[in-house]
Design a protein around this ligand. Structure first.
Ligand code: SF4
Length: 371
């Protein structure tokens, strides 16, 4: 059998969700499945004395397996699904001239900001679930098949850079078949606490690969954790060419950089696609006011509520100076650089999923019907 680590302190905290994760890990009748968001992997290492911003994804996977997680998956895989769905939605809206600008939906704090402050723009928000929502829905659907479930209940734990993701998981309009897809959300700092509790020597852990069949994301999926990443991945998807030059040209089109508001346009099929990439809710308000007054017009607006994107989420270790912030962004771009597959539509696992489990269920599993 599998070795399960018990929580030596027995601490079940009401303020955090680590207690319920330990409980699930200690239950033999439960299959505990983890997903790890892109931003998490570049924010854990320095706590354990490793270089700032270096991706320690392999070590996290190893440690989670040793804690007793049955399967460990990469949220950058479902970020690829988000790109597939959001690109299709974007082209569809452009064709019909409807509900433009398209506004991204992967940051729940931003989605809440729109629904509360600019309800007239809710129809502009992409109907795509976030990568967290998509992956949990797909995994839960996979285990609805009794052959896959093998008599075990599945508990889906997602490891995320912020507490807004906890709120997102509870939003009933993101459930599938009336059931919650993500059972427990823990933040990066809660993960660090669990690693400390387990007594496992993180720095010495050997890197390990994620499990199949949802364990691989493209480079486009990994850069979701930094501001501009979603847009950059969409631009890769929209471009039929996958040469190194094209990928580099997209990277230098204005999409990268830490500025709070970035505006640029890219040619696509005879049109100039006008894009605005925003991070920070104060900046989002500025852009929304300009859009509302008609002063600015865009086709696509990406918003991340946290400055610089999820790498600086509220659930990440917070004492991050300028060097740490820059190192985290660099860590994600480096992870992308080492990927053979850079485009979401070239991820073979994504294509397999569309031809199999997702067939006819794309809308049910990958979209929200309302906000
Ligand atoms: Fe969470 Fe911030 Fe990322 Fe939004 S930008 S999903 S609030 S970490």
């Amino acid at each position: 059998g599998q070795c399960r680590v018990y929580c030596p302190t027995g601490a079940i905290s009401i303020r955090t969700n680590t207690g319920s994760v330990w409980e699930a890990l200690n239950d033999e009748n439960v299959r505990v499945v983890a997903q790890i968001a892109p931003a998490v992997r570049v924010a854990v290492g320095d706590y354990f004395g490793l270089p700032k911003g270096r991706s320690v994804m392999g070590k996290i996977v190893n440690v989670l397996h040793r804690m007793g997680f049955d399967e460990v998956y990469d949220t950058s895989f479902s970020a690829d699904l988000t790109i597939m769905e959001e690109s299709a939605e974007f082209l569809n809206r452009v064709q019909k001239g409807e509900n433009l600008p398209l506004m991204t939906s992967c940051c729940p704090a931003w989605v809440k900001f729109v629904t509360d402050q600019y309800p007239e723009y809710v129809k502009n928000v992409s109907t795509c679930r976030s990568p967290q929502g998509m992956l949990s829905a797909v995994i839960k659907e996979y285990f609805r098949d009794p052959q896959n479930a093998q008599g075990k209940k599945t508990v889906m734990v997602s490891i995320m850079p912020c507490t807004a993701k906890k709120m997102e998981a509870e939003r009933p309009n993101s459930y599938t078949k009336g059931e919650k897809d993500t059972d427990i959300v823990i933040t990066t700092t809660e993960l660090i606490r669990m690693i400390r509790t387990s007594g496992i020597d993180f720095a010495a852990a050997e890197p390990e690969a994620c499990d199949m069949p949802f364990g691989f994301g493209s480079g486009g999926g990994v850069i979701f954790g930094v501001t501009g990443g979603v847009t950059e991945a969409v631009l890769r998807r929209l471009n039929p060419d996958h040469s190194k030059t094209t990928i580099e040209n997209i990277a230098s089109c204005g999409v990268r950089g830490e500025e709070g508001i970035k505006e640029f346009s890219v040619p696509y099929n005879g049109m100039e696609v006008k894009i605005c990439v925003v991070n920070g809710l104060g900046n989002a308000r500025t852009v929304m006011e300009q859009v509302k007054s008609g002063e600015k017009e865009y086709h696509l607006i990406e918003v991340m509520a946290c400055r610089r994107g999820c790498i600086m989420g509220g659930g990440q270790p917070t004492r991050a100076g300028e060097r740490t912030k820059a190192a985290r962004a660099k860590g994600l771009y480096n992870a992308d650089n080492t990927m053979i597959i850079k485009k979401s539509d070239e991820n073979p696992l994504v294509l397999e999923l569309y031809n199999g489990l997702l067939k006819g269920k794309e809308h049910e599993l990958l979209h929200n019907d309302s906000y």
